[in-house]
Design a protein around this ligand. Structure first.
Ligand SMILES: Nc1ncnc2c1ncn2[C@@H]1O[C@H](COP(=O)(O)OP(=O)(O)OP(=O)(O)O)[C@@H](O)[C@H]1O
Length: 261
């Protein structure tokens, strides 16, 4: 991977009482790279994400974003380092149009009265339209979000995350709840934008079609520990991974959908 080093995670651990949610996890992520974090339910994926974006403190270990140690930073301060996030369940303002949703994010950088919606309804129209162009939703700018199909809401959520100009994008099961073809299309779009703009993307996903089609590199967590890391090809042939996650005795190939519970 030739892009700049964006994220460094060293010996990260987190326990909840007696539950070791994340144990001594180390990895790095570069600009333009799509890195998938997979594992069974309860493996520690969300806990990893939440430590990277500053929502929960690590017990031990170090996280550096763009070379900056994030220890003690709030989620807001981590966001200012250039970290964007999308969620398992997409959330947009349904009473607003598609464009207004993107404008609302762009306005969070405004200060004073200019930040109030009533006074600033026309602000950032061109910038919002550029984001909609990027995600292929320019023709839907005026549509109220309440009328949109879920797949379009997920795409808009990606646009909202991109509007803030992140260097690092965290995507927690970005394709959850979408139809199979829409899932692959959303991740293809994400991968293209990540490459074009040099954004590093860390994503979790249970849909192996999505992961194997779009990850440059994969990591597999099991009971808090990283048990495998490498190219999709090497990971899917790893016997440990097949035993705990992909199903022992068979190798995933495209056309076969493997969505572990
Ligand atoms: N706030 C919490 N309090 C107590 N235990 C927690 C808390 N958050 C997570 N855990 C536990 O930590 C472990 C890892 O959970 P985590 O949500 O990170 O896994 P995950 O891989 O994201 O799972 P899923 O795929 O189901 O979202 C689990 O055993 C979970 O029950």
């Amino acid at each position: 991977m030739t892009g700049a080093l964006l994220l460094e995670v060293e010996h990260l651990s987190k326990s909840y009482g007696g539950v070791h949610a994340v144990v001594d996890v180390c990895f790095s992520l570069h600009a333009g790279e799509m890195l998938a974090l997979i594992g069974p339910n309860g493996a520690g994926k969300s806990t990893c994400f939440n430590m990277v974006n500053g929502q929960i403190p690590a017990d031990t270990g170090r996280i550096r974003i763009g070379g900056r140690d994030t220890k003690g930073l709030s989620p807001r301060q981590v966001f200012r380092l250039g970290v964007g996030r999308t969620f398992q369940i997409a959330e947009v303002f349904s009473s607003m149009t598609v464009r207004e949703n993107v404008q609302a994010v762009l306005m969070t950088g405004d200060t004073g009265l200019a930040g109030l919606w009533g006074a600033a309804g026309k602000r950032h129209v061109a910038a919002a339209d550029a984001v909609l162009e990027l995600i292929g939703m320019a023709d839907m700018a005026e549509r109220p979000c309440a009328d949109m199909a879920y797949g379009d809401v997920k795409k808009l959520e990606l646009g909202i995350a991109l509007a803030a100009g992140p260097k690092l994008l965290l995507m927690d099961e970005p394709a959850a709840g979408m139809a199979p073809l829409e899932r692959v299309a959303l991740m293809a779009l994400t991968a293209r934008i990540a490459k074009e703009r040099g954004i590093g993307v860390l994503f979790t996903e249970h849909d192996m079609d999505v992961v194997f089609s779009h990850a440059d590199r994969m990591m597999v967590l099991d009971r808090g520990r990283l048990i495998a890391e490498g190219s999709p090809e090497s990971v899917r042939r790893d016997p440990k991974v097949r035993a705990v996650y992909l199903g022992d005795g068979r190798v995933y190939d495209s056309g076969e959908r493997t969505v572990p519970a």
